[in-house]
Design a protein around this ligand. Structure first.
Ligand SMILES: [Zn+2]
Length: 270
């Protein structure tokens, strides 16, 4: 780009956190200050997935107040005992709200103690159906269940893709998800040298198939002190780790990651 002698070229790098539970109580004492901390670190957008119906109202209010929050609404398998049949009708209405970017976080988690696979499947399928009706992508949670989850989407003819967050499967599974139209979320795990399998995957998968996330307040990166709460402002440091692993420039990677989230969630981010 050509510029005149007195024009400054903006070269600041901006990052998108594709998965952060910013609606959780740990951030609620001062949302303004927490978001200012994100912006100061270079994080311009935070995708906040829903977890339980009790938290949807706060999430909706956050999205109305802060343009940098992109909300998704859903019922997380971890909180299965809190979900009620009436939540699904409420969810269907919420999905019509113009700022909702996806259905989620939903999915399956066979690693939870005493998980009930049948009940998890019920809530998953109900939400896949709602996503199909609302023509929205999915934000998925998957632990030890990749084959079942992929088979469910295939059987239901789900075509709108989305994001599989906190990817922890094999290389073969990664390519199955990519083929199914999903981007794979990588986060703080990348900062642990012992996470060799995940680091290798993130370094070698096609760059268009990756999105970055903090999953804050969970999944603390290696550079945090013990007991310190994870925060979306740490996303750029995770991004720098990925750039180093891929031997890519930080600025180019940040731009690609932003584009990937835009594509997965059909957004137009500034
Ligand atoms: Zn999550």
């Amino acid at each position: 780009m050509l510029t005149g002698p007195n024009q400054k070229v903006e070269t600041s790098t901006v990052w998108v956190d594709s998965h952060c539970h910013f609606d959780f109580d740990v951030f609620s004492h001062d949302f303004d200050a927490e978001l200012a901390r994100c912006r100061a670190a270079g994080v311009s957008t935070i995708v906040v997935p829903g977890t339980t119906s009790a938290r949807w109202e706060r999430l909706q209010a956050l999205a109305e107040r802060y343009p940098m929050i992109q909300p998704a609404f859903g019922l997380h398998p971890y909180f299965i005992e809190e979900h009620r049949e009436a939540d699904l009708a409420r969810l269907a209405t919420l999905l019509q709200s113009t700022r909702c970017v996806a259905v989620g976080e939903c999915g399956l988690d066979y690693q939870l103690p005493h998980y009930d696979a049948k009940a998890q499947q019920y809530w998953l399928e109900a939400q896949v159906e709602l996503a199909q009706v609302a023509e929205l992508p999915l934000i998925l949670h998957a632990r030890k269940c990749h084959d079942t989850l992929l088979a469910t989407l295939r059987r239901r003819g789900f075509q709108r893709g989305g994001i599989l967050h906190a990817f922890s499967g094999s290389q073969q599974q990664a390519y199955q998800w990519i083929e199914a139209g999903f981007k794979l979320g990588f986060g703080g795990v990348l900062t642990f040298e012992r996470a060799r399998k995940i680091r290798r995957l993130a370094a070698t998968l096609p760059v268009e198939s990756i999105v970055l996330e903090t999953d804050a307040p969970d999944m603390p990166p290696a550079f945090l002190a013990r007991g310190e709460v994870n925060h979306p402002s740490y996303l750029p440091r995770i991004g720098e780790t990925l750039a180093a692993l891929r031997d890519d420039s930080v600025t180019a990677l940040a731009e690609q990651m932003r584009q990937n989230v835009q594509e997965a969630l059909r957004l137009s981010l500034k």
